[in-house]
Ligand binder design. Sequence first.
Ligand code: SF4
Length: 324
Amino acid sequence: MQQKKPLDPLRMPEMPSDDEIQARKRLFVGLILGASGLVCLFFVLLWIVPFVGLNAIHPYAPWIWGLVVSALVSVVLWASLGLVLNITTGRSFPFFKRQRGMTVKLFLPLMTLLGRALGISKERIRNSFIKVNNELVRSEAKTYAPQEVLLLMPHCLQNSRCDHRLTYDIDNCVRCGKCPIKGLLELRDKYGVHLAIATGGTIARRIVVQKRPRLIVAVACERDLSSGIQDTFPLPVYGVLNLRPHGPCLDTLVPFPQLEQALRRFLDPAQLAEIDAAAKSKPDKPSKRSRPAKSDKPSRPLDADSGQIDKTDKTDEHTTPTSA
Ligand code: SF4
């Protein structure tokens, strides 16, 4: 892979050439014309089909149109039936394996539109989306080695008066116990999972790309969890809502029992038994053996999942981590 040259801080960055500017303009103009052409075509069809009638276009046209509509209706019914079965039984069924994708990509935007029309708050809709997503992630019934799991935390968990900078090294925390970071470090040391704090969508994405987890257990508010779940798809994200006794984004808290329970659900049972045995034999000391290496080495090689992670940032303005 070609290495990028380091930038010389004393020199101005090179300006794009006239040809490059023209090429960018052409692409932009092409996209605008293409998109508006498609929209206009759709509107013309909306007008022309009822106006002239399908029979006037071709004798088979009503049947072809009927087939297209039936296919669309079948896809929607299949998706909703699978989703309902999945949520009610907690299991995923053959032929309904793509439910999480449908929910994440199709149903959340539709649910949000419908909810808005019915006057339901965005927060409630996101809350139910997170619950449904968690059910679907759980129903996939997969378990992971501790090194494949990333606990991703929002920066607002750190005590607002704490001076220790945790973004690049969470071990800068001196574990004074004034905020949940101490407990999270203990959880990381006990189970040997990765733990990271992100101050925004870009950093969250960078962490995910560096660690290459197979599962993220994320703590955040409704907004950041739902956008993070969507942005990192198909990587599974199990969401745990933070507690906000001082309002949003300030000295927030972690529901530890819920977080630990979720973590244990996804860890490989054999390794979990070893961890429990080690914790019993040394109840007061964190298990150094299970602690993940400090290096940024990915826990798994590049795979198709990671291609979905590095996408255009939409949520950098917000300061919680899961908007990856
Ligand atoms: S536990 Fe760590 S992060 Fe929290 S206030 Fe103490 S030193 Fe700062």
